[in-house]
Design a protein around this ligand. Structure first.
Ligand code: F6P
Length: 353
């Protein structure tokens, strides 16, 4: 790197990709360059890029035209530098945190911006404890990062899942079927809850509410008895799937399991859709573009004020810094008494309990 005359920040994107990552890179990068006169370095493939010293200079022109782009121009990985890999691969035995600190110094970084979910913020907190200047930006479609009302990526995933559910209504109606759709969310039920309500799901099953198979069956039979010709069941991927001997030969997903028991116990024609990675692809929704831009610009402000060791967060629509040490090792689950759940129950939505 050339002689350093300006504050130099490094940006990395880590963990699962999602719509809005490039909007966030653009937000932090443009604010750093245009508002604060900083230099910006793009680190490749998450923390792997710092381990391998793989980076590039980001100029203002590199940040144009990426607001609406899905994915991440920097690439990402699920590399966890503080997690020992017992792969037997000699490369894995190197002291990865030591390499990260070495390359952070050699590149001449004054701050590292880590854009990612729970795992990323946990690593960011560890690097902060080790003396690096770090700022976290919460990203994930799962919306399960503690300390912030919402992560960017979530709104886009809810839009995608809701559109899929909307489409399932017409085919379920045509065939008089039970349609089960499994959505992502890791161990939390935020995507299932929001897309289930937005999409008019009749039954929404989330990890935070223990479901009773008998109640699910009863609900569907009651609907059939009052001449409801079809039903939509929205299932979060993270629900607990009981191990059954008849399923031992193959890993059965949450949605496949729920569809199986419905068909077995009601005899109703049932089909399942596992929506999968579509929820992580494509252009970010306007809500996510705005949130990612706000997060990025606020991160640049915190760096200018040397308020390191924080994650940017939004609480009641206010941008606030939250200490990384308070975020690490926590997950934000749907509260059992979440008001949205109560209102959904008022209109007859079942949560399988
Ligand atoms: O964290 C985002 C997410 O899409 C989760 O919803 C999902 O369970 C997980 O990533 C899938 O991980 P991978 O991309 O490693 O298959």
């Amino acid at each position: 790197m050339g002689k350093k005359t300006k504050t130099r920040i490094g940006i990395l994107t880590a963990g699962g990709d999602c719509p809005g990552l490039n909007a966030a890179i653009r937000g932090i990068g443009k604010a750093a360059i245009l508002e604060y006169g900083m230099e910006v370095i793009g680190i490749s493939d998450g923390f792997l890029g710092l381990i391998n010293n793989d980076y590039s200079v980001l100029k203002e022109e590199n940040l144009s035209g990426i607001l609406t782009l899905g994915g991440t121009i920097l690439g990402t990985s699920r590399e966890k530098p503080f997690k020992k890999n017992n792969t037997g691969n000699p490369f894995q035995d190197v002291d990865k945190p030591k390499l990260i600190k070495k390359h952070y110094d050699e590149i001449g970084l004054d701050c590292l911006v880590c854009i990612g979910g729970n795992g990323t913020q946990k690593t960011a907190a560890r690097l902060s404890e080790e003396g690096l200047n770090v700022i976290g930006i919460p990203k994930t479609i799962d919306n399960d990062v503690w300390g912030t009302d919402t992560t960017f990526g979530f709104a886009s995933a809810v839009n995608i899942a809701t559109e899929a559910i909307d489409r399932l209504h017409s085919t379920a109606n045509s065939h008089k079927r039970i349609m089960v759709i499994e959505v992502m969310g890791h161990q939390a039920g935020w995507i299932a809850l929001h897309s289930g309500i937005a999409g008019g799901g009749d039954i929404i099953i989330i990890p935070e509410i223990k479901f009773d198979e008998k109640k699910i069956i009863e609900t569907l039979i009651k609907r059939a008895e009052i001449k409801k010709s079809y039903s939509i069941v929205v299932v979060a991927e993270g629900i607990e799937v009981p191990k059954r001997k008849e399923d031992v030969c193959r890993k059965i997903s949450a949605g496949q399991y729920i569809a199986k028991i419905i068909n077995e116990k009601t005899g109703f024609e049932t089909r399942e859709t596992v929506l999968g990675y579509i929820q992580r692809g494509g252009t970010p929704s306007p809500i996510d573009r705005i949130l990612a831009t706000r997060y990025g610009a606020f991160a640049a402000e915190l760096i200018a004020k040397k308020k390191f060791g924080n994650m940017v967060a939004i609480i009641n629509d206010n941008l606030v810094p939250v200490p990384l040490k308070d975020v690490a090792n926590k997950t934000k689950f749907v509260p059992a008494d979440y008001p949205m759940i109560k209102k959904a129950r008022y209109i007859g939505t079942s949560f399988g309990d």
